[in-house]
Each structure stands twice: as structure tokens, then as C-alpha cells.
Ligand binder design. Structure first.
Ligand code: ADP
Ligand code: MG
Length: 351
């Protein structure tokens, strides 16, 4: 990976970042060697089943946890080496919107109280009238209208969807440069979700805000990140990453294909492609405490060969496609060491 410094550096960059949790004497590698970057005005969608490491990756990008190894950089500056002033700027510029508004909103604080704290802390509102005006504006932005019906309310007086919108409004208080939205629309009705995602898109296009959008739902990735990239995570690793339309229409990793098969597809052409993917051998996700050797997906994989049990696949360009994929059967189908039967089976299964 090239060294990135100065103005050419991406907004945020994870460089082989890993996070290992230690629980009851066991090491849990929640995130392993994740490299990704997001530029101004770009959207990167992280998808994967529950437990695949999406939130842990988001927390690393948001500086809420330090990586066990590897680096996280904001505009080329390693978070671990930032001065207080740089850290303050980064804290303001990068906002994480929690996936669970029940856990992240203080129950004894009104909506106005929640939104006013960051405004005051960062000197963006000097008097009560400033705060009121900005709070009203933020509530209108997230469709909590009229704002005066919401600003005096406490979290327990709001529905799940309304709390989630308060969380989003709080993420917007400091006019961030990068928003990390962790399943932030999961509790919303479809129409409200669409209006929030359209608002995010406006922020991206008009103000150049970068997004890391996290979801377990590929249909949402397709809607929000069609002009951006999607990274598919499995057991803490990115297994496939590339332009979203390529990931959706021409998935290369057997895991991505299985995820896509779980999404109902009204488009008959895409539905036919999905059928070509082949099913998983097992529905069970292995434990992080006892990861399979080699490619951790091999016990579930319809394409698995002997070599998949022996070595960890690297993310490499998929032949004839525009994305990177961590599957040696896909990136190196003609491996002379592989049994002829398995190699030809792998090639034949691809769309
Ligand atoms: N603070 C923690 N301590 C121990 N294990 C954790 C902690 N946070 C997350 N994990 C574990 O790390 C894995 C990834 O979790 P997470 O990043 O929340 O995944 P996702 O957001 O994709 O559902 C899970 O197995 C989870 O149980
Ligand atoms: Mg999560």
C-alpha cells in the first residue's frame, strides 16, 4: 500500500487494521487485516452477517477503539500520532452514528439537550437562541417536524424510528466530513428510511461528506451505495470489495453470492445470475475463538479445495471483473497444484 500524506490522502484509511478482543482467556480476532479508504464525497458500504466485524471496523474508523495492529489515518495522519489539536479536529470531522439509539441516547436528556451539547462544546452556538435555531434546523433535516413537538421530548417518549433520527441529527450537529452510519436506518419505516438516505446522498453530493454505511442488507447497499463501493465482510475480513454495481450484478466470492441469494430479486436477469451461485454447505458461522484454518469460509463453501484449508487467501483482482476478491479458487483457478476436478468445477460454477 502506498504511503499517503498531505492533501492527496483519503479522508479516512484503515491500513491492515486488526482488532483482537480478549475474553475469558480467549483471543477473539473480531477484525483481521482490514484495509479500506474513503475519500471526500465517496460512499463505502460495509455488508455482512451479524458478527462479521462491521461495527468493530466502524469503531476503529471513528477512533472509538485503537487497533491491536495496523493503522487508522485521517487525511494521512495516524490517529495514534495525532496532537491534541489534530485529534479535536478529527473528533469533530468524523461522526459515528450508533446502530442502537436505545443505548446511545442519554435517557435523562431531552432531544434539545442531546443536540446542544456538541454545539456548545465546539463553540458552534453561543447563546440559547443560536442553539434553538440550530436544533430546529437539525430536527427538520431528519424529518422530525414540526421541530418544537420534539425538542423538549425525552428518549422514552419517542418511537424507535424517532430515536434513530435523533441519533442521526446528533451526528450532523458538527457538520462532519465523514459520517459512519451503523445500521442507522434499520428501525425506520421504508418511506422515512428513503428520505434519510436521500438526505445522506444530498450531503455527499453537495457538501462532499464521505460515508461509511453499514448494513446487513444488500438491498440497502444497492440503494445507497450504487455510485460507490461495497465491501463484504466475513468473520472479520473483507472477502470482496469493488464498485457496488459489480458486487451486486457480478459477485465473485461464493459468500457474496450466498448473501445475494438471500435478497429477493425482482429483476429476472439478476435473479437468474443469483441461481448460478450455488448454495452454502452449512448455515453455521464458526466461532471467532476457533476459526477454521486457511480460508475461514471453507467449511461453508461450495467451491472449497484442499488448498483453501491450508492458506489464507489474499484480496486480489478477480480475473475479468472489476473487484478484488479473497478467494484463491476465483483468483487463481488454474492452480496446477489443485486436483483437476476441483479446479474445473470452480470455473464452471461462475456466472
Ligand atoms: N467489546 C467486545 N468484546 C468482546 N467481543 C466483542 C466485542 N465487540 C464485538 N465483539 C465480537 O466481535 C465480533 C464482531 O462483532 P461486531 O463488530 O459487532 O459485528 P457486526 O457489527 O458485523 O455484527 C462478534 O463476534 C462480537 O461478539
Ligand atoms: Mg454491528
Amino acid at each position: 500500500m502506498p504511503e499517503t500524506t498531505g492533501t492527496a490522502a483519503p479522508l479516512i484509511e484503515l491500513d491492515h487494521a486488526s482488532q483482537v478482543f480478549h475474553v475469558k482467556g480467549e483471543d477473539l480476532p473480531a477484525v483481521s487485516e482490514v484495509s479500506l479508504s474513503v475519500d471526500q464525497g465517496e460512499v463505502l458500504c460495509l455488508v455482512g452477517e451479524s458478527g462479521s466485524g462491521k461495527t468493530t471496523t466502524a469503531r476503529l474508523a471513528a477512533g472509538l477503539a485503537a487497533p491491536s495492529s495496523g493503522a487508522v489515518r485521517y487525511r494521512g495522519r495516524d490517529l495514534a500520532e495525532m496532537s491534541r489539536a489534530e485529534r479535536r479536529e478529527y473528533r469533530r470531522a468524523v461522526q459515528y452514528i450508533h446502530q442502537d439509539p436505545y443505548a446511545s441516547l442519554n435517557p435523562i436528556r431531552s432531544v434539545r439537550g442531546t443536540l446542544s451539547i456538541p454545539l456548545r462544546r465546539h463553540g458552534l452556538a453561543r447563546c440559547a437562541a443560536d442553539v434553538d435555531a440550530r436544533v430546529d434546523e437539525l430536527l427538520s433535516t431528519v424529518d422530525l417536524t414540526p421541530p418544537e413537538s420534539y425538542s423538549a421530548k425525552f428518549p422514552h417518549q419517542l418511537s424507535g424510528g424517532q430515536r434513530q433520527r435523533v441519533s442521526v441529527a446528533r451526528g450532523l450537529t458538527l457538520s462532519p466530513k465523514l459520517l459512519i452510519a451503523d445500521e442507522s436506518t434499520s428501525m425506520l419505516d421504508v418511506s422515512i428510511r428513503v428520505s434519510l438516505l436521500n438526505m445522506f446522498t444530498r450531503l455527499r453530493k453537495e457538501d462532499g461528506v464521505g460515508f461509511i454505511y453499514i448494513t446487513h442488507d444488500l438491498a440497502l447497499a444497492k440503494y445507497f451505495a450504487w455510485e460507490g463501493r461495497t465491501a463484504v465482510m466475513y468473520l472479520g475480513r473483507i472477502v470482496e470489495v469493488g464498485p457496488t454495481p459489480q458486487i451486486i450484478a457480478n459477485p465473485q466470492h461464493p459468500y457474496t453470492r450466498a448473501l445475494l441469494e438471500a435478497v429477493p430479486e425482482p429483476d429476472p436477469e439478476l435473479a437468474a445470475r443469483k441461481k448460478a451461485g450455488g448454495g452454502l454447505l452449512s448455515a453455521e458461522i464458526p466461532s471467532l475463538a476457533a476459526l477454521p484454518t486457511g480460508c475461514t469460509f471453507h467449511p461453508r463453501c461450495p467451491l472449497a479445495e484442499d488448498r483453501c484449508r491450508a492458506s489464507v487467501p489474499q484480496l486480489l483482482p478477480a480475473p475479468g471483473a472489476r473487484q478484488d476478491v479473497a478467494c484463491m479458487v476465483v483468483t487463481d483457478p488454474a492452480d496446477p497444484a489443485a486436483p483437476a476436478e476441483a479446479a474445473s468445477g470452480a470455473g464452471g460454477g461462475r456466472p
